[in-house]
Design a protein around this ligand. Structure first.
Ligand SMILES: C[S@@+](CC[C@H](N)C(=O)[O-])C[C@H]1O[C@@H](n2cnc3c(N)ncnc32)[C@H](O)[C@@H]1O
Length: 293
């Protein structure tokens, strides 16, 4: 029998110990390699590199939507796009003095346009690009503390539950890596929203329109040309995630939401055809109906 103190001095246990050590080292190495591969395979991480350069290069007089990648349209068109998407459902969700948090706010262009529709809204935002958050904080938040945070939309654990009247996300979900990530971000939006408030996810790339979308994105349309001119210096861009509407329909209850409408942008009036992606994107309008334990 081997007593505890004898183990290291007994030559018979060394082969077994060496095998254990090699196995442990191999497991450690495999897990590190897997982590590195996951990071490299994440297009959301590749996008982060692009979004981190945007805020740095925006001039003080440049419209915010250009910093957020919407170079193909001018400011009037941008405001018309946001107003159409917000009003198309025919419901007034954003009332005087309500608080709204934008998931993936970038430089704050969407919030600025929303503020034109209802001037007394309290505006908040979270984005994983530090330089863009700085621009939003300065140009939309007037440097007021506690309104803009750097963070990942899939996990905003630093924000309390039921803190805001509404959560919105405009043109963000197709940058995520997977449908699991989409659900994680949507669940976080629902969590931080008060019961009775809205969770609006706008500009989702429709899985059912993926082929048409890819053709359009590779086309030489006026919109695509202008957008690409504005993106010079970004190099090649990673692909988008296409999301089926059924993902939202079948998971709403699980995250405490009720779907009120899912509308295709190409069906909205006034006509949004000046904005190329309106051909294949939709908006999900939901109400928070329950808190989850
Ligand atoms: C096209 S911009 C839209 C910005 C803003 N919603 C608007 O419309 O004005 C997309 C934004 O999503 C942000 N984003 C992408 N993935 C993110 C993630 N995982 N967490 C936080 N922000 C993310 C980017 O940094 C970028 O600012």
């Amino acid at each position: 029998m081997l007593l505890p103190g004898q183990a290291v001095t007994n030559w018979r246990v060394w082969p077994a110990l060496s095998v254990l050590l090699v196995v442990a080292l191999l497991a450690l190495l495999t897990s590190h390699l897997k982590q590195a591969a996951d990071l490299a395979a994440s297009s959301n991480n590749e996008w982060l590199t692009i979004w981190e350069t945007k805020g740095v290069s925006i001039g003080d007089n440049e419209p915010l939507h250009h910093a957020n990648g919407f170079n193909g349209i001018d400011l009037d068109q941008w405001n018309a796009l946001i107003s159409t998407i917000i009003k198309s459902e025919g419901r007034e969700r954003f009332k005087a003095n309500n608080s709204v948090i934008d998931f993936g706010c970038g430089a704050g262009a969407f919030l600025e346009a929303l503020g034109l529709l209802e001037g007394s809204l309290e505006l908040y935002g979270v984005d994983y690009s530090g330089p863009l958050v700085d621009v939003a904080r300065r140009r939309v938040g007037q440097d007021a503390p506690g309104h803009f945070w750097r963070g990942d939309v899939r996990d905003v654990g630093f924000l309390p539950s039921q803190e805001f009247d509404h959560a919105v996300s405009f043109s963000v979900f197709f940058y995520l890596d997977s449908l699991e990530d989409v659900l994680a971000a949507w669940a976080e939006m629902a969590r931080v929203t008060r019961v009775g408030g809205s969770v609006v996810v706008a500009e989702v790339s429709d899985k059912g329109m993926e082929q048409q979308a890819k053709q359009l994105r590779n086309s030489e349309s006026d919109y695509e040309k202008k957008k690409k001119e504005g993106q010079k210096g970004s190099g090649s861009v990673p692909d988008h995630l296409y999301i089926p509407k059924s993902l939202f329909l079948s998971n709403a209850k699980k995250v405490g939401l009720q779907i009120d409408a899912i509308l295709d942008e190409r069906e909205m009036t006034p006509d949004l055809s000046f904005y190329g992606p309106s051909n294949y994107r939709y908006t999900v309008y939901a109400t928070k109906v329950a808190t989850l334990q």
